[in-house]
Design a protein around this ligand. Structure first.
Ligand code: ADP
Length: 495
């Protein structure tokens, strides 16, 4: 099937989070199982500077944005491996900026027209480049208007009459809501600005529009697909998601084991290890990590790690409280790697200063250190308030670093809490807690630390986690089934 990914992130071109990982790896997996995927992406400055070879296509187009007309061109590149074409929508006034969506904590003021332009340009690319696309796979709010154009002004017009649409929600908290007069920028009739389609509490909503018009909808874990049908995790969109529940699917993200695998990871130097023989490798990685981050090199003390955006979503508030409760008396060591909200930068800097022999904090983005932490830590914390899928718990399993998670979204779908039954069944791969508060997190981490002291149980947990397969292989086949369903539904759906 010819599938066009309409996305604003795809590694190695541009990334701010998990969306970039997914759109950089899933198309490659789809090509392996016989599909013909392509990607259309804004030519952001990050993408133009990514080092990938990029050439012009010679195709130029004009797009109506409200009362003006804006010109753009299409560039061409490929994902690494050269099997997946990538088309970049070049419009320097919109996309040649320091960041993708926002700077210094503020969204770009013209985001509505920037992404109206992108949605329309993606559809122009289908026609002007003669892509023959059968399905457009949209991702998050920034491509949310594409299904609406297909079902309204392009309805019945070749080549769009045979183009189905799927919208994947990576995080429902990001909705692309703009004041109602921005409806004029979309060029769509005001009759669609109603509570069932494009209007959301008086505003224009890109995400709601996509949810209303796409042939099918998916999100990045089965549990999150359930959670977003109810408040509070629906972020106000439960009505439309319940209405469309028969068209809503959850598919867990996969891991790229070429990047995240302790057997071949170049970041581990000479201390690579596998499920068959992990004890020496992990011990060496732990000692090296302790040295690198300035913590005492002791082997029998649990080293607890956390990596992520320093945002409320990720549960750093609970972790800060927990460290402050434990640090004065317990022997546990901590490493935190993250960047984000200034309030957390301050909080964790203060904690690290107060307990320098127990807490190490690195405020920044470092892929290299992230790999060494995954290998060197014993326990990986993910107490997220909500987590659509989460990738770090899956990396941790592969590196024999036992996850402790809040049982929400993709974390609930991938981590099996250790109990007598799950241990006996050989399914336990970590620890989880159900209520989002410090008491429940403390209890879960306490259980993990006790298990750490019991070597046979700990080794069993590590072996189970390292032996699991969370590669794209499985998820790509689920997308394959969903694409076929989407085509079948699209042929029945009227415009
Ligand atoms: P989200 O998309 O909500 O940020 P995910 O867990 O799905 O969360 O993906 C985040 C990705 O970004 C992971 O690959 C994670 O390792 C990486 N990451 C986040 N913060 C940092 C950081 N400070 N340094 C290095 N990698 C990071």
């Amino acid at each position: 099937m010819k599938i066009l990914f309409a996305t604003t992130e795809a590694v190695p071109f541009c990334k701010t989070g998990g969306l970039g990982d997914v759109c950089g790896s899933l198309p490659i997996e789809l090509a392996k199982i016989g599909h013909q995927p392509a990607i259309v992406l804004p030519a952001f400055r990050q993408a133009l500077n990514s080092g990938r070879p990029i050439e012009p296509t010679g195709v130029r187009f004009e797009i109506p944005i409200g009362r003006k007309t804006v010109a753009g061109t299409l560039l061409r590149s490929t994902l690494p491996g050269d099997k997946v074409p990538v088309y970049l929508v070049h419009q320097p006034q919109y996309y040649d900026r320091a960041e993708l969506y926002r700077e210094n904590g503020n969204d770009y003021k013209d985001n509505c027209e920037r992404f109206v332009f992108f949605c329309r340009a993606a559809l122009e690319a289908v026609k002007l480049l003669n892509l023959g696309s059968e399905l457009v796979h949209c991702h998050d709010w920034t491509s949310g208007l594409i299904p609406a154009y297909l079902k309204t002004e392009l309805c019945g017009i070749p080549p769009y009459d045979s183009l189905a649409s799927l919208l994947t929600v990576h995080n429902i908290a990001y909705q692309g809501n703009f004041w109602h007069w921005d409806m004029e920028l979309t060029g769509l009739d005001w009759k669609y600005f109603n509570w069932r389609q494009m209007e959301f509490y008086g505003n224009l909503s890109f995400l709601k529009t996509g949810l209303a018009f796409a042939d099918t909808i998916s999100t990045v874990s089965p549990r999150y697909a359930q959670e977003i049908q109810q408040p509070p995790l629906s972020c106000g969109l439960d009505g439309i998601l319940q209405y469309r529940r028969d068209d809503l699917f959850g598919i867990i993200n996969g891991v790229d084991y070429n990047q995240w695998n302790p057997e071949i990871d170049p970041h581990l130097g000479g201390s690579k290890y596998s499920v068959k023989n992990f004890a020496d490798g992990k011990r060496a990685c732990k000692a090296a990590l302790q040295k690198e981050i300035g913590l005492p090199q002791v082997a029998d003390v649990p080293l607890v790690a956390m990596i992520g955006r320093l945002a409320d979503q990720k549960g750093f508030d609970l972790v800060a409280q927990l460290i402050q409760q434990w640090a004065p008396t317990s022997i546990v060591q901590w490493i935190i790697l993250g960047t984000g909200e200034p309030i957390y930068h301050q909080l964790f800097s203060d904690i690290a200063q107060k307990y320098p022999d127990k807490v190490a904090v690195r405020l920044g983005f470092s892929n290299d250190l992230a790999h060494r932490i995954e290998a060197g830590a014993d326990i990986f914390l993910m107490p997220s308030r909500y987590e659509p899928c989460g990738l770090n718990q899956l990396y941790s399993l592969k590196y024999g670093t036992v996850p402790v998670v809040h049982a929400t979204g993709g974390l609930a779908d991938t981590i099996t809490n250790l109990t007598e039954e799950t241990l006996a069944a050989g399914t336990a791969n970590g620890f989880s807690f159900s209520t989002y508060n410090t008491t429940a997190l403390t209890d879960a981490l306490d259980r993990a630390c006790k298990a750490f002291a019991n070597r046979p149980i700990w080794d069993q947990l590590i072996r189970t986690g390292m032996g699991q397969d969370w590669s794209w292989n499985h998820s790509a086949r689920e997308y394959d089934r969903l694409y076929k369903r989407t085509l079948a539904r699209a042929t029945h759906a009227a415009c």
